[in-house]
Structure formats: C-alpha cells, structure tokens
Design a protein around this ligand. Structure first.
Ligand code: C2O
Ligand code: CU
Length: 554
C-alpha cells in the first residue's frame, strides 16, 4: 500500500451562483473541493489548516478507519473543532473499500461548502469486476444557499417554516446549477464524451437534505457499485441516490452525437405533483466530442421520475444486490447476539435535560433526541471520564404503537433530550431494525448512516415491521453492503454487521435538518483484549473541547 499526503487549506472565497455572490468556506479554493485518489488499502495523511473564522472538523464518509476513530471526524463524537488559525492532521486508513466515497466537514452544516470525492482504485494486480472503462468521470451533487454570511445563515434559511420549503436555493452538479436557473446557463457543467466509449461515472450525493432521482437523456445506466462496495450490475434508465450515498455507474456513449441533459429531481420534496422545472432540479450536459449540428436544444431525460414517486424509488432500490462472488464475498452475520429495534420520528415538544417540558420541533431515535456532549464521546470513553454520556441507549422504543397510523396524537410523546450511547462487545453480531413513524404526519425517508462500518441491508418493507413474518423474508445470500441506507417513509429497514472495529462510531440521519434536531446516536465497540483488536493511540495535537482543555491525552 501507499501513503499519500495532502494539505487542505480552508479559506473563505467568493463564489457567484444564481446572481448571488457570497463568501464561503472551501478547501483549496474549489467548490466542490479536491478529489482524493487512492488504491485499496492505502493511508492518507490530510493536514487541515483552518484559515476560516469558525471551527470545524472533517469526516471521511464511508472509510472504515480500522481501530482509528481519532481520525473519523464528527464534532463532539470523536474530536472537537479545529479552531481558526490552527491545524490538525488526519490519518485516513483505507481497508476493504473500493469504488467511490467522499469527505465532508462534520460540524453544524459546514459540509454544505466543504466536501469532495474520494476515488479508491483496485490494487495493481486486480481489476474491476466489470470490463475496464475507457474513461472516468466524477459528478458531485451539492446544495447551494444564497445566504451570504455564515453557516448559521444556511441553517436558518433551511429550517425556516419548520423545514417545509425546499432545503436550498438550488442544487449543483460539480458546483453549477445548470441551464434552467437564473444567471447560470453560461456556466453549466459539460461532460465531454466520445462516441462508442464506455465511462465509469462516480456519483456523490452531497446535498444537505434530499434524496435524488438522476438520469441522462437517452442513455441507459449500469450501476456497478454503491458506497465503495460492488453490486450486481443493474441496467436502468434512472437511479435514486440517498443523501450521503455514492454510486459507480457505467455509461456507454452510444447515441447520435449531440448534447443530452443529465438531471436530478428531488425525491422527498413537499411540492407534490409539480412537473415543472424549479430549484429542486439541476442539470448538466453530456456532450459528444464528435461534430454534430446543434439543431435543437439538448434532450431532457423524460424518464426522470417525478416528485415523491415512491414506487419508482423503491423499484430501483429493491434491485440492489451485492456480488457475492469468490473475489468479492458476502459474509452476512448469522449469529446475532444484539438485536435492536429503533424508531425514527419527528416530534413536537420535548423534555429538556433539566427534566422540563419545552415546545419545539425535534427528531428522535427510540424517542431520544441526541444532544452533543461538551467533551467528545471518544475522549471521555478513552480516558474514562464520566459525566458526558451514559451507556444506556435502549434496544427498543419506550412503547410499541401503530407507528404508521395517521391518527396517533403526536403530543402525547414528548421526546427526551440526552446523550445516551449503545455499548457493544468486540466482534459480536448485531441486527438493527429501523422503523419509520408517522408522528406529526411528518414521515419521510431517512438516509441512516453509520460511521466506521458498512452493514448488510438484509430487508426492508412498508408499514409496521412484523417480528414474526418479516425476518423470514431476509436476504442473507446477496444483500447489498452500504454505509448509508434509506429508511423508507412509513416503512422499515433491517441491517446487520459484525462489531469488529473497536471505537466510537456515530449513527445518524444524513439529512442535516434531522441531524440538527437530534436524529442520531452513538455506538461504542469495546476493545477485543489484544493490541490488534484495540483502539489505536491518539495522535498528537488532537483538537480538544474548551471544557476539556485541561484533560491531557498521552
Ligand atoms: Cu457523511 Cu456522519 O456523515
Ligand atoms: Cu431523517
């Protein structure tokens, strides 16, 4: 394996989109930020220099970081912010990942402007489990906010009306809003292709609060990887990509040379039944290098499913299966020792940490709404400092009800704010069933993401999970391996993993709106008793929280 070194300089720069110019924090002057390219198993040292005016951290989304939670990144979970004027070097350790992942800031909503792709190539003596493509292309889907000042403005803009408005002023493809939005058609992103060639498209959904449909006019897509894990090829006209997910897709330029739109449509929008083009779409152009007469406008992908087309969304996601081959085996845990059933809800009203009732929107898992501790969980755990979290995250919700019923009175269940974590023994096999609920009639998909691991998605369905019948339908043969899975609106999803990576690992909904309101928890996986099965030593100069600045790490 190789070792790579990168410098990430975080600095405010001016960007203009939709006729708004704003100063925003980016890495090395670009939006989206730089691409990290590695081979399977490499290690990358990234020295992050914060020259901005607020603190933040960086997370390497989907990189398992064996025994190395110190460099995972989520603020208040594994570290505190890299303060303005200071720097911190992450040691990003790749292991079994192969394909596309991404990195992003993990403090408040800073990831809106601070993110980029990670490309993980196979080792020299191995190849892709599909014919070698003629070329590769990276497409990053991001959110753009017109707000000018600070990340707090972005949060305020996106949470207005309780979050019922589209979550950003537009989406972008490689930083550009595309042809149909104000002032942006001059800068529409163009992907140049040659007739007859096949390309590997590496797609990253970095938008803040949405799942997206994506299609390219007249061109079929062959999905070959998701979340840096290969899948059985899926030939399709459109895909649905959840927030935080990444996909590897083969595309052959086999249509008459010309210009074709690639476009996204927001899946989980509240604007139902609108077919018009608006700020929840974004386009770029796939353009053939061959000469052609531009007689008409580029072709739009008529196949792109419409808003809230749940049927099309599920039709696609149900087709995803892992390779389960000799080179890429599937090892689904079958001796489950910890089984959790976790409800995901939007709530109104909560019990604060002093035990008093307050009004306001929250989100919860098992009716608990996560509150960040003042000292990060990893440091408290590693140094045995008590008082910042408790190890009592429950395996079940406080009561069972008809989770998907519209008649359930939401205000009878104020959620509880707190910092409770789930502790697992090293190497135990775990199943978690997430159940979506319709509390507050606010049901929508939740892209549930786990740090430090990929898990097998063994089942999913609509309605209430049935403990008797649903496990009988689990796919234990070739389920997909992912780090982010869409918990379907008023439905459930079941995942399994083996707790073989000791550390402190965050679990959360990858919609930042829901994350802000508390839809997260933490899993601590204990050490296995030998140096090779224990958390590594912390690096020097670990950024610490103000309240813990007197706690010394050695
Ligand atoms: Cu992509 Cu916790 O993050
Ligand atoms: Cu959510």
């Amino acid at each position: 394996c190789h070792v790579h070194y990168h410098d990430f300089v975080l600095k405010k720069e001016n960007f203009t989109r939709l006729c708004y110019t704003k100063s925003m924090l980016v890495v090395n002057g670009s939006f989206p930020g730089p691409v990290i390219r590695v081979q399977k198993g490499d290690t990358v040292f990234v020295n992050v220099h914060n020259q901005g005016d607020y603190g933040l951290t960086i997370h390497w989304h989907g990189v398992h970081q064996p025994r190395n939670p110190w460099s995972d990144g989520p603020e208040y979970i594994t570290q505190c912010a890299i303060k303005p004027g200071s720097n911190f070097t992450y040691e990003v350790i790749f292991s079994d990942e192969e394909g596309t992942l991404w990195w992003h800031a993990h403090s408040e909503w800073t990831r809106a402007t601070v993110h980029g792709a990670i490309v993980i190539m196979p080792l020299n003596n191995t190849s892709f489990p599909f014919p070698e493509p003629d070329g590769q292309e990276i497409i990053v889907l991001s959110s753009w906010y017109n707000s000018t000042e600070d990340v707090s403005d972005i949060v305020a803009e996106a949470l207005q009306d309780g979050g019922d408005t589209p979550d950003s002023d537009c989406y972008t493809i490689n930083g550009q809003p595309g042809d149909f939005l104000p002032c942006s058609n001059d800068s529409t992103y163009h992907w140049q292709v040659e007739y007859g060639k096949t390309y590997l498209l590496r797609l990253v959904n970095a938008v803040m609060n949405s799942e997206l449909f994506f299609a390219i006019a007249e061109h079929s897509l062959t999905v070959v990887g998701i979340d840096a894990s290969y899948v059985k090829p899926i030939v399709t006209d459109y895909i649905m990509i959840s927030a935080g997910q990444t996909m590897d897709i083969l595309i052959t330029a086999n249509q008459s040379p010309g210009a074709y739109y690639m476009a996204t449509r927001q899946y989980n929008t509240v604007r139902k039944n609108i077919d018009d083009y608006d700020n929840s779409n974004v386009t770029a152009i796939l353009q053939y290098k061959e000469k052609y007469t531009p007689l008409m406008d580029p072709v739009f992908p008529s196949i792109l499913p419409t808003y809230f087309d749940i049927v099309s969304g599920r039709k696609f996601t149900r087709r995803i299966k892992s390779l389960a081959s000799i080179e890429h085996p599937t090892n689904v845990p079958k001796n489950i020792s910890t089984r959790m059933f976790i409800t995901a809800a939007s709530n109104y009203g909560f019990i604060n940490r002093s035990g008093e009732y307050e009004t306001g929107v929250t989100t919860s898992l098992n009716n608990l709404s996560w509150v960040n501790p003042e000292t990060d969980v990893l440091l408290s755990y590693y140094r045995n400092i008590t008082g910042f979290y408790t190890p009592d995250f429950p395996d079940y919700p406080p009561f069972i009800f008809d989770f998907v019923s519209e008649d359930f009175a939401p205000d009878t269940v104020p959620t509880i704010k707190g910092t409770k974590v789930k502790v697992l023994e090293y190497d135990e096999e775990v199943e978690i069933v997430f159940q979506g609920t319709d509390l507050m009639r606010a049901s929508e998909d939740h892209p549930m993401h786990m740090h430090g691991y990929s898990f097998y998605v063994v089942g999913s369905g609509t309605g209430n999970f049935d403990n008797e019948t649903d496990p009988k339908g689990y796919n234990l043969f070739d389920p997909p391996k992912m780090n982010t899975v869409s918990l379907p609106k008023v439905g459930w999803v079941a995942i399994r993993f083996k707790a073989s990576n000791p550390g402190v690992w965050f679990w959360h909904c990858h919609f930042d709106r829901h994350l802000t309101w508390g839809m997260s928890f933490v899993i601590i996986v204990k050490d296995g008793g030998t140096p090779e099965t224990s958390i590594r030593k912390p690096p020097p100069n670990m950024p610490q929280c103000t309240s813990s600045s007197t706690i010394k790490l050695q």
